[in-house]
Design a binder for this molecule. Structure first.
Ligand SMILES: [Zn+2]
Length: 593
């Protein structure tokens, strides 16, 4: 079978893409002539947005066509040049279209309110602009801010340049053998390495190298959060949290609850899991450097791509025939790029083409864990399929708060299916510990510790203070010690984990991972218990896209995130998974906690 994706699903021939670009340019030109300078009435505003909706998907298609080709092979200079050319064209077109939002924001409030009533596909889009209008400054000031827009990105650019271009790691030597060292090598391999000598030597080398760059990184980060504080004041928000949560449509209470409840109630379960790892691996001392190892590293079930289709199809069949049809189409029509080739983007992602199909990039390694990646990314594809069909181009994208719910739902369904269809104890333990060490660790531990840390930073910033490397390290050390208690020692260097995440430059993003997975876990438990009605609710959740607030969306799936019920039930569920791993380890290895 073909292991690469088929981008001709977007344009059968490249020439069609260039033709589409020419037509798009003509459409935009005519559009600007019709509407620029005229968006003062409700009727004009709605007509303008409706007309714009007709060609916006084409912009996405063109950009996906050239951009995805580059993602699959960064070493192909011709593809990169083509993509850069398209990037320039798109930037120009977006600039020409910028009048739409800015004129709507300047329109009289009563016209904007009337437009909301009149609107169909663009109603939520207009409501969002109306909410934003309350925080707008004078047109001159907005112009200045827009002109300075690029410079607001500098902290993140400095961070990324430092991380991707400047930081250099020396190879490490363990027992006379030399090992190469690098940022993603550490995060993808050494952190999970079963040999404690290699793992800990890599830990030391990794953090010792990070340490050399701590002051520059801290300065960039301080600039980022200080800018956010300034913007929150300029735009008249109560505080920096209010400013950052504004676009997410999430209350401070929901945000705090996620961080506080998980920190307090998940910690005891994760400490038991750490103790199990320690016993299973016979470690005299458990440290932060050992937390990501597998319970059973020698056990690594292998799967072919062909077999993966059957696993994913059967596991997701609980969601109905329309869902499994999508799974089969994804394989048959080649939506997925499995191939491992030089120059390919790392990690997995899913990119949707509005009202068509999605494209999924991953690096297939013949491992059962890759099947989880396929199921995960198909969850995003499923969201696009239902959301696109039911929503306008403006409202189809899910909100950040819930963006990982459909994908993690599929991981959970796959795990359940594997547990139901295989009696082998070692396999079952592998499935359960994958859920803990991948799905829940990533969303409920790694990103949640980041969220806890971020909140402390923003408290300082909000009170008018600033941060430096020492302060950030103190916060992060306290953060890790608070969560792991006596179950894992926090060695020197671990406090520099604040240097590792690009998410810190994206506002209050890290905590949302656990929010999406909370909704997915509760909806999954409902589906298992109630069957069809819960599946129907899940599909209406998917179909709602981003047309409602996170609270309303979760309600569609039958989950009330206005209370701490779903979060507590999810933590109990995680605890029950860990109990089962401990029980199986007792049976398999005779190891008792
Ligand atoms: Zn995802």
């Amino acid at each position: 079978m073909q292991e690469t994706w088929d981008l001709s699903l977007i344009f059968a021939e490249e020439s069609q893409m260039w033709e589409a670009l020419e037509k798009l340019k003509a459409d935009v030109k005519a559009f600007v002539e019709t509407y620029a300078g005229k968006l003062t009435t409700a009727e004009k505003i709605v007509a303008c947005l409706d007309e714009q909706e007709a060609f916006l998907p084409t912009m996405g298609n063109i950009w996906s066509y050239t951009g995805l080709a580059v993602e699959a092979d960064y070493t192909d200079n011709a593809l990169r040049e083509r993509n850069e050319k398209i990037g320039d064209e798109m930037t120009r077109l977006y600039k020409e279209l910028a009048f739409v939002d800015s004129e709507i924001l300047l329109a009289p409030a009563e016209e904007l309110e009337a437009a909301v009533k009149l609107a169909k596909g663009c109603r939520v889009y207009l409501e969002n602009l109306l909410a934003k209008k309350a925080h707008m400054l004078s047109p001159e000031t907005e112009k200045v801010l827009a002109a300075l827009g690029r410079s607001f990105e500098v902290p993140y650019e400095v961070y990324n340049t430092l991380k991707l271009a400047d930081i250099a790691f020396d190879p490490i030597t363990v027992d006379g053998k030399e090992y190469p060292m690098g940022y993603s090598l550490y995060e993808d391999d050494y952190e999970l390495e079963a040999d404690p000598a290699v793992r800990r030597a890599a830990f030391r080398a990794f953090y010792d190298t990070l340490k050399k760059y701590e002051n520059t990184t801290a300065a960039a980060y301080n600039a980022c959060v200080t800018q956010e504080k300034v913007m929150s004041e300029l735009r008249g928000h109560k505080d920096v949290f209010d400013y950052l949560l504004f676009e997410q449509k999430v209350t401070r209470e929901m945000y705090d609850r996620q961080i506080d409840v998980i920190t307090e109630r998940l910690a005891p379960h994760m400490r038991r899991y750490a103790k199990l790892l320690q016993k299973k691996h016979g470690l005299a001392k458990m440290t932060f450097a050992d937390l990501k190892i597998a319970v059973d590293p020698e056990y690594d079930p292998r799967v072919t791509i062909k077999e993966s289709q059957r696993y994913v199809h059967d596991a997701l069949s609980i969601l109905g025939a329309d869902y499994t049809d999508m799974v089969d189409r994804a394989y048959r029509e080649r939506w997925i790029d499995f191939a491992k080739n030089i120059g390919k983007s790392t990690g997995g992602f899913c990119s949707g083409i509005y009202r068509q199909n999605s494209f999924i990039l991953l690096n297939w390694n013949d491992r059962m864990s890759d099947v989880f990646t396929v199921a995960h990314e198909l969850g995003h594809a499923g969201q696009s399929m239902y959301g696109d069909a039911a929503q306008s181009y403006y409202d189809c994208d899910p909100t950040m708060y819930l963006v990982e719910a459909p994908s993690t739902m599929n991981e959970l369904l796959l795990a359940n299916y594997l547990l139901e269809t295989n009696e082998d104890k070692r396999f079952r333990r592998w499935v359960l510990s994958s859920l803990i060490s991948n799905t829940y660790y990533h969303n409920f531990v790694t990103h949640l510790r980041e969220a806890w840390y971020q909140r402390e930073v923003y408290k300082i910033i909000d009170a008018g203070g600033s941060v430096n490397a020492d302060i950030l390290s103190d916060i992060f050390r306290k953060n890790l010690e608070l969560f792991w208690g006596d179950a894992a020692e926090i060695p020197e260097g671990a406090e520099l984990t604040w240097m590792r995440q690009p998410h810190y430059y994206m506002g209050l993003y890290p905590y949302t991972y656990s929010a999406g997975l909370t909704v997915a876990t509760q909806a999954m438990l409902r589906i298992r218990k109630e069957g069809a009605p819960a599946v129907a609710d899940w599909k209406s959740f998917l179909a709602a896209g981003g047309s409602k607030t996170p609270l309303e969306l979760a309600k569609l799936a039958g989950v009330d995130i206005g209370t701490d019920g779903p979060l507590n039930a999810t933590i109990d569920y995680i605890g029950s998974l860990i109990d089962e791993i401990i029980r199986l380890t007792e049976e398999i290895d005779g190891i008792r906690l």
